[in-house]
Design a protein around this ligand. Structure first.
Ligand code: URP
Ligand code: ZN
Ligand code: ZN
Ligand code: ZN
Length: 508
């Protein structure tokens, strides 16, 4: 193996151990269709020192500039995955993709930034943040963090404030499921939402009724249903709908924006749509597995196959994915994540005799961009501009890092992909870049291939090879009070003045 030698491009087998120093710091992408969320145009993109300098037709450059021909291809902002769990300690295991292998996979699939969920260590948010910062030192692409709130006390409240004001965190996730480990009750949700509002941080929920899930699980075990299908049977979609509705109402009561992660069912979708129709600020994030898979594999008699598909909320029967795709295509849902949380066969085997012990999670960080293109653009369901919006721009806007990320504009970071709509892609564990020994999209073949990925101005993926460097990824601070908070104070004061009339009548 090359052992990270300099000035050397690797062979496929050793590729992602590689350190490549051949990339020029000046780059011209010529003749492609440059697509942003709001327009597309035939233009060249000129990059210097990791930043986009110009976007216009016929840019002339000096000889030393490396030129990439993009004619007949789409030049788009690199994908941003709003939902990943690299190296996550969960259910007695640690997710197998770390901040290097997971990001290598991401880059090979056209994703140039991700936002991972920090889990508190020993109940401490600050300690959790430090632990994740350490894990992420091996990063080869840009990343940011959400923080999970899994309990409540003064220390948690204080840490939330420090994380927002000093550490670049602007979103907190509350788990309404995983009773006995990560789950919080309504009291914590309310206190947490209030704190989020005060800090200008976005409240996020994993919406499933964890008490009912626990009840459903014991019901299955009592019936002798111990296989992976018991996972789906124990937590039906109405439990996702209930928790989604509850979180939405509590966020409304506090008057703070809400972000529902991994929307997997029509039940949850309906609640989000109802809230948005009423004017409430609710963001819904479907994930690739929920958009393109269905639950059929959970009934595979081979445990090792079925267990691969165990995630929470469960992958639903096929009507749900169709409804989620339709909602995403028209903006009822806003952006696509993966929930990449990969456990290999040995790890999944922990639940061989009891589905409750199968570590929850599926892969997707490498596949998201290709699958969404194949399923939604190739089918005619969305435009290429919509594709950019749901895979990149909306995420950057929601988490307040736009237009540094999520756009091909002068001064934006040069995180760019070149997609050839006529080339084919094929997904298999044999050639993917994740450490996983399986792939829930095994065998999927489609049209539209990410041929080049550029991360901060460096070509990191070309000719099916990665050229990446451990430690080159940077932490992206996400400032609070993103656009979802605009006007929240005015709604509060309207509410307060509406209370005055009855109060005066009672002579208070
Ligand atoms: O099954 C899943 N989704 N695993 C990751 C943790 C979470 O709930 O997002
Ligand atoms: Zn090498
Ligand atoms: Zn979750
Ligand atoms: Zn997740």
């Amino acid at each position: 193996s090359c052992g990270m030698q300099e000035n050397r491009i690797c062979t496929a087998a050793e590729e992602w151990q590689c350190m490549d120093t051949t990339s020029s710091s000046k780059l011209l992408i010529k003749g492609g269709t440059v697509v942003n969320a709001d327009r597309q145009q035939l233009a060249d993109v000129y990059i210097e020192d990791g930043v986009i300098v110009a976007v216009q037709p016929n840019i002339q450059v000096a000889d030393e500039v490396r030129i990439l021909d993009a004619s007949g291809k789409y030049v788009m902002p690199g994908g941003i995955d709003p939902h990943t769990h690299l190296e996550m300690p969960f259910m007695g295991q640690t997710a197998i993709d770390d901040f290097f292998s997971g990001q290598a996979a991401a880059l090979a699939g056209g994703t140039t930034m991700h936002i991972d969920f920090v889990i508190p260590s020993n109940g401490s948010l600050a300690e959790g943040f430090e632990a994740y910062a350490k894990k992420a030192e091996k990063s080869c692409m840009d990343y940011a963090f959400h923080m999970a709130v899994t309990s409540w006390n003064e220390g948690v409240a204080r840490d939330m404030e420090i994380l927002v004001k000093e550490k670049g965190i602007n979103s907190f996730k509350f788990f309404m499921a995983y009773k006995g480990s990560l789950m919080v009750n309504d009291e914590v949700l309310l206190k947490g939402f209030k704190m989020c509002k005060d800090l200008g941080a976005l409240a996020q929920v994993h919406a499933e009724n964890g008490d009912a899930v626990a009840e459903g699980q014991s019901r299955m075990i009592k019936l002798g249903i111990t296989g992976p299908e018991g996972h789906a049977l124990s937590r039906p979609s109405m439990l996702e709908g209930e928790a989604t509705a509850r979180a939405i109402r509590l966020a409304k009561f506090v008057n703070t924006p809400l972000y529902v992660v991994h929307v997997m069912s029509i039940d949850a979708l309906d609640e989000i749509v109802r809230a948005r129709k009423s004017g409430q600020r609710v963001i819904g994030e479907p994930v690739v597995s929920g958009l393109v898979l269905d639950d059929s594999k959970l009934w595979d008699p081979d445990f090792m196959i079925a267990a691969q598909y165990v995630m929470s909320p469960p992958i639903r029967s096929s009507g749900h994915n169709q409804a989620l795709r339709a909602a995403l295509s028209t903006g009822l849902l806003q952006l696509v994540g993966t929930d990449h949380c990969s456990f290999n066969s040995t790890q999944k085997e922990a639940g061989l005799n009891d589905f409750r012990k199968i570590p929850n999670g599926v892969n997707g960080i490498e596949e998201r961009m290709h699958l969404i293109w194949d399923v939604m653009v190739n089918s005619g369901q969305i435009s290429v501009m919509d594709y950019v919006r749901i895979t990149s721009t909306a995420c950057a806007q929601i988490f307040n890092i736009y237009p540094r990320k999520g756009a091909i504009l002068p001064n934006s970071d040069a995180d760019i992909i070149i997609l050839n709509p006529n080339a084919t892609f094929q997904i298999t564990a044999k050639s993917h870049h994740s450490k996983m020994d399986t792939n829930v999209y095994e065998g999927w073949a489609g049209k539209g291939k990410v041929e080049v990925t550029i991360s901060r101005g460096k070509i990191v993926w070309e000719h099916d090879r990665l050229m990446i460097q451990r430690g080159s990824g940077q932490y992206i601070s996400m400032p609070p009070f993103g656009y979802l908070f605009d006007g929240i104070d005015k709604i509060d004061s309207t509410y307060l003045s509406s209370l005055k009339a009855p109060v005066y009548r009672r002579g208070i």
